[in-house]
Design a protein around this ligand. Structure first.
Ligand code: MLT
Length: 274
């Protein structure tokens, strides 16, 4: 079911399906909640899936505070509507890349809401100076050439070389779907990612299980960086997509379903909801 509500007077869109413990799937940069469609189809038999379009993506309007923390507040507002922890349901948040940065901000602000969380091709590290400089160039390119030209040039880099060669149509589809982004939304995501702090402490002090999913050929969030932080939580689940870049949910969708289902079922068995 699709839902819309007003958050700080802006239209926010999300999808909700299934029955069970709440699982929030948060998409990354240049995408919307549809990126999780394959996984939702399978997981909705066992879980209550909440899949927002982040502000400025898909059918959701931008909000005043587009920081990772501001977007984490919005995710909390959606959970409050659909699965309040007061009703005894803690949620699992799984965030793809930028969605993972939001997940970490959420874990910092609202730890009592979480049963577990997952970083899906994501990292607790802040941007390096080099990364900030390259984002700044991206902002300038977007302002000069337009947002679609920027996304058309950059989105293919999210995929492995093998995917680019063998499945160009899947990549073209993502590029086509990105044609409704506005330049202000893309610029504010980049600015917010540049400003986000290092949150490795959130892994060090995690009291809930943490899932790490990485792509062997991911050039955006290198596997080595994720491996270097995956030992920090008390309990980690670690998976590597051997044939993926940054988009395992599309590049290895069957494997992705398996991993998420296994993790979520195990969390259900081993954690007690309040
Ligand atoms: C994403 O996929 O959300 C972004 O590529 C993340 C990033 O640029 O750090």
């Amino acid at each position: 079911m699709n839902k819309e509500f007003k958050y700080q007077n802006k239209r926010i869109f999300y999808r909700i399906s299934g029955i069970g413990n709440p699982v929030v799937l948060i998409h990354g940069f240049g995408e919307d909640g549809n990126i999780w469609n394959n996984q939702v189809e399978i997981l909705k038999d066992k879980f209550r899936l909440i899949v927002p379009d982040l502000p400025g993506s898909g059918n959701s309007e931008m909000i005043d505070d587009m920081s990772m923390e501001g977007m984490a507040d919005l995710v909390k507002a959606i959970i409050d509507q659909e699965a309040s922890p007061a009703a005894g349901k803690r949620a699992t948040l799984i965030g793809h890349s930028m969605g993972g940065y939001i997940t970490l901000a959420f874990a910092e602000k609202y730890p009592g809401y979480l049963n577990s969380f997952g970083l899906f091709h994501s990292t607790a590290y802040a941007d390096s100076e080099e990364k900030k400089a390259s984002r700044q160039k991206g902002i300038e390119f977007t302002r000069e050439h337009g947002v679609f030209a920027f996304l058309k040039a950059t989105l293919p880099n999210l995929f492995s070389q093998q995917t680019r060669e063998e499945r160009p149509e899947m990549i073209n589809e993502l590029v086509r779907a990105s044609n409704n982004f506005s330049a202000p939304a893309i610029v504010s995501y980049y600015e917010a990612m540049m400003k986000r702090p290092d949150r490795t402490h959130m892994l060090q002090k995690a009291t809930v299980p943490v899932l790490f999913i990485m792509g062997k050929n991911d050039t955006i969030i290198p596997m080595e960086d994720v491996l270097a932080q995956s030992h920090l939580p008390g309990k980690s689940y670690i998976y590597i997509f051997l044939n993926s870049g940054h988009m395992g949910m599309l590049e290895e969708k069957e494997k992705c379903k398996e991993i998420l289902e296994k993790f979520l079922l195990e969390i259900d068995e081993t954690t007690t909801n309040i």
